[in-house]
Design a protein around this ligand. Structure first.
Ligand SMILES: [Zn+2]
Ligand SMILES: [Zn+2]
Length: 290
């Protein structure tokens, strides 16, 4: 139950994204569990493959674009390509970039501290289960000038004002196009994109573990020496993948665009491979060596 007071602290779009997430997960579970609903959908068990493919692409967009391109600005691309990236954003229903940037930078500022937007457990009764079910309902720390400056600069980037202002209109337009093909595709679209949010919620929840937690066994001993000073941990790649599983390493070295723990030795993670491919094609520039 969200109290009156805490509701006022949540941005309307956070509430909308939260509602959409719960709808997507409910639809997905219903299609697995409730046979008549699955049969009505009309894709048989193939719907699982479609949802998997959608979540895979949406997850790739979220990690490479929302995280590495916008929140950390690890690479820059030509203006036309950035506008293509902006145009694709509503297709993946992960929220718009400005919101992600603000939350993620706050997370880096406050990780391991009070005010972290997605701690695994906190003093306000947030448990791992509520963190997974309500990934958009969080308390953020006070935003300093540094965070505001990042968002103000972010809004100056190509297409950001239009995207932020009209995000839901674009999403409805995509739903309209899908309805022209087959309106049941809208349900698969919501399921797939929201399963991608679930994967991000799992990463945010299990990627940060206090040392007294039973999940702390995923902690990572960094080859650069000693135990990392952060609660953020590296996660199993088979589930998280895309290089984002090196989450502890990323918190330790937030300026590296290549999250691989052996980045200085030339090893490269999955999303970093895509970034270096873009560089080779002359479509991206990186500021640092790794
Ligand atoms: Zn980050
Ligand atoms: Zn983190």
């Amino acid at each position: 139950m969200v109290s009156q007071e805490s509701t006022r602290h949540h941005h309307i779009d956070a509430l909308r994204l939260q509602a959409l997430y719960l709808v997507g997960i409910t639809l997905f579970l219903s299609a697995i569990i409730i046979t008549p609903f699955r049969e009505w959908l009309g894709f048989g068990w193939w719907f699982l493959l479609i949802v998997f493919v959608i979540q895979r692409i949406a997850g790739q967009y979220g990690t490479l674009i929302n995280h590495r391109f916008y929140a950390h600005s690890y690479f820059s691309v030509p203006r036309w390509l950035e506008l293509v990236i902006v145009a694709l954003c509503p297709l993946f229903l992960q929220g718009y970039h400005a919101g992600y940037v603000l939350i993620h930078i706050t997370h880096h500022t406050y990780s391991d501290k009070e005010g972290d937007p997605h701690p695994p457990e906190d003093a306000h009764g947030r448990t791992r289960l509520t963190a997974l079910l309500f990934p958009f309902m969080h308390r953020s720390g006070e935003l300093g000038w540094r965070e505001w400056k990042l968002v103000i600069n972010h809004m100056k980037r190509p297409g950001q004002k239009v995207l932020t202002q009209h995000y839901w209109k674009f999403a409805f337009a995509i739903a309209g196009i899908l309805a022209l093909i087959n309106y049941k595709l809208i349900l698969l679209w919501i399921m797939g994109t929201q399963v991608a949010i679930f994967a991000a919620a799992v990463l945010n929840t299990y990627g940060h573990n206090p040392p007294n937690s039973k999940w702390y066994f995923w902690e990572y001993y960094h080859p650069m020496g000693g135990r990392q000073d952060h609660q953020a941990v590296d996660l199993p790649g088979w589930w998280f993948g895309r290089g984002e599983q090196y989450h502890g390493t990323h918190h330790c070295y937030p300026s590296r665009w290549n999250f691989h723990p052996n980045a200085p030795q030339g090893e490269i993670d999955h999303n970093a491979k895509l970034i270096s491919l873009l560089v080779k094609l002359g479509l991206a520039k990186v500021r640092t060596e790794y």
